[in-house]
Write a protein that binds this ligand. Structure first.
Ligand SMILES: *[C@@H]1O[C@H](CO)[C@@H](O)[C@H](O)[C@H]1NC(C)=O
Ligand SMILES: *[C@@H]1O[C@H](CO)[C@@H](O)[C@H](O)[C@H]1NC(C)=O
Ligand SMILES: *[C@@H]1O[C@H](CO)[C@@H](O)[C@H](O)[C@H]1NC(C)=O
Ligand SMILES: *[C@@H]1O[C@H](CO)[C@@H](O)[C@H](O)[C@H]1NC(C)=O
Ligand SMILES: *[C@@H]1O[C@H](CO)[C@@H](O)[C@H](O)[C@H]1NC(C)=O
Ligand SMILES: *[C@@H]1O[C@H](CO)[C@@H](O)[C@H](O)[C@H]1NC(C)=O
Ligand SMILES: *[C@@H]1O[C@H](CO)[C@@H](O)[C@H](O)[C@H]1NC(C)=O
Ligand SMILES: *[C@@H]1O[C@H](CO)[C@@H](O)[C@H](O)[C@H]1NC(C)=O
Ligand SMILES: *[C@@H]1O[C@H](CO)[C@@H](O)[C@H](O)[C@H]1NC(C)=O
Ligand SMILES: *[C@@H]1O[C@H](CO)[C@@H](O)[C@H](O)[C@H]1NC(C)=O
Ligand SMILES: *[C@@H]1O[C@H](CO)[C@@H](O)[C@H](O)[C@H]1NC(C)=O
Ligand SMILES: *[C@@H]1O[C@H](CO)[C@@H](O)[C@H](O)[C@H]1NC(C)=O
Length: 633
């Protein structure tokens, strides 16, 4: 759907997009993922470690992830204790339960959170949810609030606009959304500034607008001159970085793999971030549902799909692997996995935004020069991210569509319609119990989600002898049912009855974008967001995740607690508390379908705050309205 929107947009509806960063004092954002690329944007040869890097088979998790999980799962226990300190399941002592079963870590809940694509809308709506889940957010650990869910999670997955959100947080030292918003604290997200003109001249990212273009141009030229094929995504990724990374020269030397080297990540003080992109077969323009889905985690790049079924150490992407190993005459290369390039890859659908350079006030010579460059590389099938050399060259010869290709082409992770990055989280090896799936997709006429992404993941999981390769997913009804039954107007649980899926599937807590206090259905291609609008959509996202701070259902936080514990209860043969039974009756999709074609879906804001505008507090919006729960569920 995002893809179709894109096609339409480029048929003439496109209005523009702005990206730019204006950063004020950078006081407490000074520590972050390491700027450890050897030569800025240009990949460079380095001395290989004693054991030369290889491609590994995807049969297990990496040893890096496994050992990190040992520490992380422990830390999530204390985070869950905190969470259930303010999330109260009536007549059930969740903290006592966790302590009782925790002698065996695998009894504990294992939580994933996934943020869909959808450009800035997805970034902002998702940011509201993260804020609600983050115990560092003011008031989020009050009774009935969801603060601490983020700290309790093992995995955090992002795709396209959701990947900008995850990437921006991790590249700025796991900063809070509040600090990314607030000028006094660094104010990284200056979405009112244009990507075309770049950040304001007094920010730490650049010197001035003309230099912004020169910097982008020079960076990509440097990579090309060093012998690496580039595409429009390289320019796009560089531009994105100026907006999302709070560092000089747009964080040019920040790598995705540096996340694994930071002390706080090694201490497992935060969830493991994963971004998703799709493989595009050679000469294929439309990406199909059986496209290979790749992930970028802090240690590795690769896929569990049966087509390629391999992973390569992320920091050595750009090295010339052949049939899974690095020939003795080849050097190790580092610096290819530039963080902006990784975020740009996951969101390559947007890279043509750059072609709107003409709408800027830049001097003509700059416009013309850049137009020429971008049009040339944007022609035909070049609207992709090029990973050359292909790390999986001559790997999985009989099943990999790209085994014979010296370059691997990747595109936006949502192009296979799986716009929520569930793929990394449904891998059986990861044993995730529950996924909070924040859907900011623009499926319907008015840019609201209608379940299309879940349908796509469900259908893919049905190909059990092929692409699903051991992944299982709950039954998901058709989109008409989503709209007719209102499953896209409030959180809905899928897969409550674990015995009804073939294979072990997580419980899906589907949290669709919905208007509580603001019309957060802004166009995927909306160019510019004044700070007040940005803050309204983030606030709306907070309400989406908390159901209006519990005003739509005062049991909502307890029901979230029940969803977290559900699979654990099964493993430990624990009787489900009464309140949880009620929650499941209320929130679990029970198999009912209604496939009649619905009327145009056009929800109105639940709580009237006069439209956009910055509300004094999160709670103000809620207190303003008295809405009965039963009418809405
Ligand atoms: C991942 O694990 C391997 C083998 O245990 C180790 O050599 C490597 O340094 C680790 N990578 C990172 C980024 O920690
Ligand atoms: C996890 O916690 C348990 C109990 O607190 C402790 O015995 C164990 O060593 C911890 N494991 C790790 C990897 O930290
Ligand atoms: C939890 O709720 C019960 C009744 O619903 C109440 O008696 C108890 O005090 C509450 N506990 C906390 C910690 O709020
Ligand atoms: C992808 O799936 C379609 C059917 O949905 C099939 O026609 C096509 O051959 C598949 N492509 C690959 C490369 O598996
Ligand atoms: C997944 O695919 C790989 C490679 O094709 C295969 O070896 C493995 O058995 C598959 N796993 C399952 C569970 O089907
Ligand atoms: C920008 O304007 C020039 C001159 O009108 C035109 O030749 C060029 O194609 C335009 N560039 C884009 C990207 O539309
Ligand atoms: C793939 O095929 C090539 C020859 O075409 C061979 O050299 C290579 O070893 C094969 N790769 C694997 C992993 O078997
Ligand atoms: C759901 O979204 C898809 C696009 O993703 C669209 O084709 C379909 O018409 C929508 N259906 C409903 C009922 O909104
Ligand atoms: C199932 O997946 C395989 C690739 O693993 C693909 O070739 C095939 O077309 C898929 N089947 C369907 C019905 O999509
Ligand atoms: C399932 O839910 C629908 C409402 O969505 C309700 O009308 C129906 O009675 C429920 N069916 C069962 C068997 O609980
Ligand atoms: C249970 O599984 C059946 C068969 O796949 C399916 O038709 C039904 O919708 C499922 N029910 C639920 C609640 O997921
Ligand atoms: C937190 O709660 C206090 C007390 O209700 C209130 O004064 C304050 O404005 C709230 N802060 C936010 C950010 O909502």
């Amino acid at each position: 759907m995002e893809f179709l929107t894109a096609v339409l947009a480029f048929a003439g509806l496109l209005s523009g997009i702005d990206i730019g960063v204006n950063s004020a004092p950078k006081t407490h954002l000074t520590q972050r993922a390491l700027p450890n690329a050897p030569d800025g944007y240009t990949p460079s040869t380095v001395t290989c470690s004693a054991s030369r890097p290889t491609v590994r088979s995807a049969t297990t998790l990496s040893s890096n992830e496994s050992s990190w999980l040992d520490t992380r799962r422990n830390k999530t226990l204390s985070a869950m204790r905190d969470f259930f300190g303010h999330v109260n399941i009536t007549n059930f002592d969740a903290v006592e339960y966790l302590d009782r079963v925790s002698s065996n870590t695998s009894n504990l809940p294992n939580i994933g959170i996934a943020f869909s694509g959808g450009g800035y809308r997805a970034l902002m709506n998702g940011a509201g949810a993260i804020k609600a889940f983050d115990s560092r957010t003011e008031n989020s650990t009050n009774s009935g609030q969801l603060g601490g869910l983020l700290q309790s999670a093992t995995y955090l997955a992002g795709l396209s606009g959701g990947g900008w959100l995850v990437g921006s947080i991790y590249m700025n030292n796991f900063s809070t959304v509040s600090s990314l918003q607030t000028p006094e604290e660094g104010g990284v997200w200056q979405f009112q500034n244009s990507i075309f003109e770049g950040p304001e001249g007094d920010s730490i990212q650049i010197v001035d607008s003309a230099n912004y273009y020169k910097d982008i141009y020079d960076a990509v030229s440097g990579k090309e001159d060093a012998g690496y094929k580039t595409s429009i995504t390289d320019y796009w990724g560089r531009a994105l970085s100026y907006q999302l990374i709070n560092a000089s020269a747009g964080g040019i030397d920040y790598t995705w793999s540096s996340i694994a080297l930071t002390d706080s990540f090694q201490q497992a003080d935060m969830p493991m971030p994963v971004l998703v992109a799709d493989g595009r077969y050679p000469d294929e323009l439309l990406v199909s549902s059986n496209a290979t889905v790749y992930e970028f985690n802090p240690w590795e790049f690769g896929t569990f799909d049966p087509t390629v079924y391999g992973f390569v150490p992320l920091q050595y992407l750009g090295s010339r692997f052949v049939a899974g190993s690095l020939p003795s005459n080849e050097s190790c290369v580092r610096g290819f996995d530039n963080a902006g390039f990784v975020m740009g890859t996951s969101s390559s659908l947007f890279n043509q935004f750059l072609l709107q350079i003409n709408s800027t006030s830049l001097p003509d010579f700059l416009k013309n020069a850049f137009t020429d460059i971008l049009e040339e590389i944007g022609e035909d099938d070049e609207d992709i991210a090029v990973y050359a050399p292909n790390p999986f060259y001559l790997w999985a010869n009989s099943t990999s569509p790209s085994a014979d290709e010296t370059e691997l082409d990747l595109v936006d992770g949502g192009e296979d319609l799986q716009n929520i990055p569930l793929h990394p989280l449904i891998q059986p090896e990861r044993h995730v119990d529950v996924i909070f799936a924040i859907d900011s997709s623009a499926d319907t006429t008015y840019n609201w989600p209608n379940g299309t992404s879940l349908v796509a993941t469900y259908e893919r999981s049905q190909n059990t002898t092929g692409i699903a390769n051991g992944t299982a997913f709950p039954v998901i009804p058709d989109q008409n049912t989503f709209v007719n039954e209102g499953l896209n107007t409030r959180p809905t649980f899928f897969g409550c009855d674990a015995s009804n899926t073939t294979g072990t599937a997580p419980l899906i807590v589907y949290i669709p974008n919905f208007p509580y206090v603001a019309y957060s259905n802004v166009s995927t291609f909306d160019p510019r967001y004044p700070e007040s609008e940005r803050d309204s959509i983030i606030l709306n996202g907070y309400n989406v995740a908390t159901m209006g701070n519990g005003s739509r259902d005062s049991d909502w936080s307890a029901c979230v607690g029940c969803a977290i514990l559900s699979r654990s209860f099964e493993r430990t043969n624990t009787e489900v508390p009464d309140l949880c039974t009620q929650c499941f009756q209320r929130y679990c999709w029970n198999g009912t379908t209604n496939t009649a074609t619905p009327e145009t879906y056009e929800p109105t804001t639940l709580y009237d705050n006069g439209g956009y505008g910055v509300l004094p507090t999160v709670l103000a919006s809620v207190l303003a309205a008295a809405v009965t729960v039963s009418a809405l569920l």
